[in-house]
Design a protein around this ligand. Structure first.
Ligand code: GDP
Ligand code: MG
Length: 446
């Protein structure tokens, strides 16, 4: 695939912005790559359409081909889709939520053989060892002979308590007994391992719904095999519709499957992937990292890192240019727009300004004042200006302001606010650049 892709990429060497033809050509290869990674077809279609809209018109970084640029955009979009909504970049958002009065009920769901029982023990072990939690495990799998014993054995291996087995007891009764024991014996967490089926069936769903209503789980984890291919969508949708899940644990990530199920399940349920199973052993449990899984699904890591390097180089050049301008006391609206785009892209972190000594503080102020919506609106205003206006903001008087405001769909006072903000920034830039001369030289930026 990679060879074929490079062939296509080599043909596309036009500079500047990404045209529709560039994007479509590269996305054809992306579509194949995603299907090969076993992402479900409807999910591939939606994803590719979304990326297409994102990519057309994007600027191509110096020294990469348009096709390579598209791959990088696809990769970033994939990371964005896979990332939990409340994850600002760290581990927050990933992992389990235990913010609930003890004992916290955690329900493990999934098809037979997906790894529920193993994962139950893995999670319990981690909660006990890493977080000092007192965990009780209970198996509600009354269907498969010896399933309850399997969990009991894992309990002995890990030193995690399991609920004593009462032969013939139905699943809902086991669940209630587990919660009672959890309350009476002071457990922090009660993990409920459920029965699975080879395929979705109504009887199982009814049983699981009863369990859910009896214990009101705080987390309901869908355990899914990373090798699940096109079925992933169906399975995930069913569990989400019939039971409701709070997250996904993807197992057998140690196998050679590219893990397209991760994208399929994330897309159809809207729920985050929280944990990964990376082997049969009980310590083979990892937090989910969107960038790693995205890289694996797309399978074009070389191209992505190539573009990243090119972007870094370009960024460095731009930083140097900006530093020189600042020293001369020039900081026009183009520079401001560029800074804002940087803020947007990096989620407010780092960026060119962060590289310049003394500016970190100002950047924080800017961030505080500018949420994403404001940044978008500000950029829209700058976009409605002529190149000359951007270079020489002083020429923007009343009639120009009216035109710009109309073009950006805002009020004249918004344009005024922006101009004032720019003046303030330019003034601070000048001050900082005076103070920061030494620092700039030390950083090799002057
Ligand atoms: P359940 O039917 O959903 O409870 O699945 P089990 O927990 O019994 O697991 C079925 C098989 O998958 C067992 O042989 C496990 O050792 C294996 N398994 C579970 N998780 C992983 C994993 O992350 N990687 C690998 N390679 N095997 C796993
Ligand atoms: Mg099991």
């Amino acid at each position: 695939l990679s060879e074929r892709l490079n062939g296509v990429l080599d043909k596309l060497t036009k500079r500047g912005q990404l045209g529709e033809a560039d994007v479509d050509e590269a996305l054809r290869e992306v579509r194949v790559a995603l299907l090969e990674a076993d992402v479900a077809l409807p999910v591939v279609k939606d994803f590719v359409a979304a990326v297409r809209a994102e990519a057309v018109g994007e600027r191509v970084v110096k020294s990469v081909t348009p096709g390579q640029m598209v791959i990088k955009i696809v990769h970033d979009e994939l990371v964005k889709v896979l990332k939990p909504a409340n994850d600002a970049g760290g581990v927050a958002g990933a992992g389990l939520d235990l913010n609930h009065p003890a004992p916290v009920p955690i329900l493990m769901l999934g098809l037979q053989g997906s790894g529920k029982t193993t994962s139950t023990a893995k999670i319990a072990r981690r909660l006990a060892e890493k977080q000092g939690k007192k965990v009780l495990m209970a198996s509600l799998d009354t269907r498969r002979p010896a399933a309850q014993q399997q969990l009991a054995i894992l309990g002995e291996q890990t030193g995690i308590k399991t609920l004593p087995i009462v032969p013939g007891e139905p699943p809902v009764a086991i669940a209630k007994r587990a919660m009672n024991a959890g309350r009476l014996e002071g457990y922090d967490v009660v993990m409920l391992d459920t029965a699975g089926r080879l395929a979705i069936d109504d009887e199982l769903m009814a049983e699981l719904a009863q369990v859910r209503d009896a214990v009101k789980p705080h987390e309901s984890l869908l355990v899914a095999d990373a090798m699940t291919g096109q079925d992933a969508v169906n399975t995930a949708k069913h569990f989400q519709d019939k039971i409701g899940i709070t997250g996904i644990m993807l197992t057998r990530i140690d196998g050679d499957a590219r893990g397209g199920a991760a994208l399929s399940m994330r897309a159809v349920t809207g729920r985050p992937i929280k944990l990964l199973g990376t082997g049969e052993k009980l310590d083979q449990l990892e937090d989910f990292h969107a960038d790693r899984v995205a890289g694996r699904i797309l399978g074009m890591g070389d191209i992505v890192s190539l573009v990243e390097k090119a972007m870094e180089a370009t960024e460095q050049e731009e930083a140097e240019k900006l530093a020189r301008k600042m020293q001369k006391g020039q900081f026009d609206l183009n520079d401001m727009a560029q800074q804002l785009k940087q803020l947007q892209k990096m989620g407010g972190l780092g960026g060119i300004m962060g590289m310049l000594p003394g500016i970190g503080k100002m950047q924080k102020q800017l961030e505080g004042r500018m949420d994403e919506k404001v940044v978008g609106r500000t950029l829209a205003i700058i976009n409605s200006m002529t190149p000359k206006e951007r270079r020489l903001p002083d020429i923007i008087k009343a009639s120009r302001k009216t035109r710009i405001a109309r073009g950006a769909g805002v009020q004249v006072q918004d344009v005024n606010k922006l101009l004032k903000q720019h003046q303030e920034m330019a003034r601070m830039m000048k001050q900082v650049s005076k103070l920061g001369q030494k620092g700039l030289m030390r950083h090799g930026l002057s």
